[in-house]
Design a protein around this ligand. Structure first.
Ligand code: COA
Length: 694
């Protein structure tokens, strides 16, 4: 006989229902069924009720809505709710020790604590479209609910170690192959889960991972996997800690392993790197948000300019399945651009990232042309030609004539005023900036620059498009250099001053790498090409206040025809075909000359001073950008700097870093620098305000 009881709520977020001898415990905590304190309590209550229910022979644990469970409630970390009883560890123990079989029925995703919960169940079945993963390392953490101890006991330590340190989810079929799930279901999920659970109800015993002995893995293999980790990864500490946890699973009994995992988790969750990575997790989601009732649809894309930028942008779209028209003025330039695109794809193929067929399929999506008339039907046109206002205006006047009504006309300018460009068209509402970062097929950041008259519909269309091509868009306003490059100006300014005061290029770069930057500011200038900034400085020279200190070093280096790597020399010199910067006495001479002419007595400059001045220059300008509304929020500045400029993710971006130092302390440092080095260091009023509120 089939019995059913109406679903009742154990807490606001967990439902309980008995159907045909099976207790259905359903997590209903939108948006991601996160395992907050109330959910954990509800799960424990549900298990108690199922144990007591005379008619209950088995239990199915599932998620309501789109997914099983997105893991711990990240927003609760570092709050009392995170450690409120019962902790996930206790809930898992209750599930594992249940006499009646418990089946996790996974759909959508089972991530982090969600998968740990499923691992505590006796059986796991997954919908064919489900994704399963332990992504904690991406947040600077390790699984803290027993995942590092149960998974090695289920799928073996070597596979578990890779699974946990990569943080990458697998799909249901891969999970089945790994032994992570017992079955993949194609049909009606709940019915399949109930049938599966009833089938197991009469078994004498159910698999309990906690009862298994430590997992096996040789010390040599453990060492090899540890050494294979990338020490420069943004989450390197968490990955190393994950190896420690798995090692514990190979050496300790289950309970002792759990204790070790918990202690390591507690250390990470309290630390700054994880707080910074969690800040970025939410900041990146926040940055993509833009509310508009309509969004302009983008199905076809055209790009003008097949240089490094244009080609990279074309690849970004082709990778996401878009057809792209790529236009150049001359055949030779078009051929060069396409050859570079092909070479980039072939490098990916050589690394095993792409198959030969996929390379051809992507290349086939890029349609080369010498005729801009081919742009007539494009929904989005991106101009990636020479960075010069007159050139851009001429191009936009032409695009205005050629492109269909409703097409979005975008410029990839990294500095120029979008409004001046838009003014040459009859449709300024359709003109926008899309500032891709080089190499555009790799870099995730996209500054979406709204002009004074850009319509919301166009902005919304571009924000949506960015997600479709796997970019992280940040909406910014018009000003010299927008967010990222505008902040670089102050950063490079301080680097120039520090050179004059006594530092060497190699010392500055090493100090900034020591702070955590992927690359120092001067090596970065050499990589990007010093001529571009030189042109900008010359353009802005007439408006530069003459009483302000100005370092001549960069200009003098450029005057010698040294533009960085592309000319074999810049702040450093480079051997032919090499990207390794070699300190150059010629540059030391230039620096010494500039210092002498400026009346500066050179002194020993410490690495701490270098890092502090360069980073605070970013922070002070970031604060002005926020106050002016050029960035919508301080966290957007962080997203830009981490994803576009190599700021260490584990420090959360310049604004999060400053907030963590404390705005009062930041203000004091700025005031001291102001007193010592003058007007460049006037503290941004926004920081004065933050310090007042602190
Ligand atoms: N805890 C708290 N909030 C979470 C969360 C979590 N574990 N996972 C997602 N959210 C929030 C998001 O910030 C977002 O909030 P918002 O609407 O206020 O912006 C909302 O839930 C929806 O998330 P979103 O990522 O936009 O939904 P999605 O359907 O695209 O993706 C997931 C869902 C679960 C795949 C994705 O959010 C994710 O990967 N989450 C992190 C999982 C994780 O790392 N778990 C381990 C925690 S230690």
């Amino acid at each position: 006989m089939t019995t059913a009881s109406p679903a009742t709520a154990l807490t606001d977020t967990v439902l309980y229902e008995e159907r045909g001898g099976v207790a259905l415990i359903t997590i209903a905590n939108p948006p991601v069924n996160g395992l907050g304190d109330m959910v954990r309590r509800g799960l424990a209550d549900g298990m108690a009720r199922a144990a007591a229910g005379a008619a209950v022979r088995a239990v199915v644990l599932q998620g309501a809505g789109k997914l099983f469970c997105g893991g711990a409630d990240i927003r609760q970390f570092n709050t009392p709710a995170a450690t409120a009883q019962p902790m996930l560890r206790e809930v898992n123990r209750t599930i594992e020790r249940a006499v009646k079989p418990v089946v996790a029925c996974i759909h959508g995703v089972a991530l982090g604590g969600g998968l740990e919960l499923a691992l505590a169940c006796h059986y796991r079945i997954a919908d064919a479209a489900a994704q399963l993963g332990l992504p904690e390392v991406n947040l600077g953490l390790v699984p803290g609910g027993g995942g590092t101890q149960r998974l090695p006991r289920l799928i073996g330590a070597p596979a578990a170690l890779k699974f946990i340190t990569s943080g990458k989810p697998v799909d249901a079929r891969q999970a089945l192959a790994l032994g992570l799930v017992d079955a993949v279901i194609d049909g009606e999920r709940e019915a399949a889960a109930i049938a599966f659970a009833l089938d197991k109800a009469d078994s004498a015993a159910h698999p309990v991972l906690a009862d298994k002995p430590p997992a096996a893995m040789s010390a040599a293999e453990m060492k090899a996997q540890r050494e294979a980790l990338n020490p420069k990864a943004r989450n390197a500490t968490a990955q190393r800690t994950a190896v420690d946890c798995v090692q514990a699973a190979t050496e300790l009994e289950f309970e002792a392993g759990l204790d070790r995992e918990r202690a390591l988790f507690d250390g990470l969750v309290a630390g700054q790197p994880s707080k910074a990575l969690r800040h970025l997790f939410f900041a990146e989601k926040e940055a993509t948000k833009f509310s508009s009732t309509t969004a302009r649809a983008i199905r076809s894309v055209a790009i003008l300019g097949a240089g490094t930028m244009g080609g990279g942008i074309a690849m970004a779209f082709a990778n996401a399945g878009y057809g792209v028209v790529l236009c150049e003025r001359e055949q030779a330039a078009l051929d060069r651009g396409l050859a570079l695109v092909r070479r980039n794809y072939e490098i990916s193929a050589a690394k095993g990232v792409l198959s030969a067929a996929e390379v051809e399929a992507r290349l086939a999506r890029i349609q080369p042309t010498l005729d801009m008339a081919a742009f007539a039907d494009a929904d989005l046109v991106i101009e990636a030609v020479f960075e010069d206002m007159a050139v851009k205006r001429a191009v936009f006047a032409q695009l205005d004539r050629i492109c269909k009504s409703g097409a979005i006309l975008a410029t990839n300018t990294s500095r120029l005023n979008i409004d001046e460009i838009a003014a040459v068209t009859q449709r300024p509402q359709d003109v926008i900036g899309l500032h891709f970062f080089s190499p555009a097929h790799v870099m995730k950041l996209l500054e979406v620059v709204r002009g004074a008259r850009t319509s919301d519909e166009v902005i919304a269309g571009c924000m949506r498009m960015a997600a479709a091509i796997a970019k992280i868009p940040v909406l910014v306003g018009v000003c010299e250099g927008f967010v990222g490059n505008r902040m670089l100006t102050g950063y490079w300014r301080e680097a120039g001053f520090l050179l004059e005061e006594g530092a060497t290029p190699a010392q500055i770069d090493a100090a900034m790498q020591g702070f955590g930057f992927a690359m120092g500011p001067l090596a970065m200038a050499d990589l990007a090409g010093m001529d571009i900034n030189w042109a900008t400085r010359k353009r802005l020279a007439p408006t530069r206040p003459k009483h302000l200190r100005y370092s001549q070093v960069a200009d003098r280096i450029c005057e010698q025809g040294r533009f960085g790597q592309k000319t074999g020399a810049g702040y450093y010199r480079y051997e032919a075909g090499s990207r390794t910067p070699i300190p150059d006495p010629v540059v030391d001479g230039v620096i010494a000359d500039c210092a002498r002419e400026a009346g500066i007595t050179r002194r020993a400059v410490s690495d701490e001073e270098i890092a502090e001045r360069c980073v605070l220059a970013l922070v002070n300008e970031g604060a002005r950008i926020v106050a002016e509304g050029i960035a919508q929020r301080a966290s957007d500045v962080d997203v830009v700097y981490v994803n576009g400029y190599g700021f260490p993710a584990w420090r959360g971006g310049p604004m999060f870093h400053a907030r963590s130092l404390g705005w009062k302390q930041v203000l004091q440092k700025l005031q001291a620098l102001h007193a010592q080095h003058g007007e460049h260091w006037v503290p941004a009023p926004w920081i004065v305000q933050q310090a007042g509120q602190a």
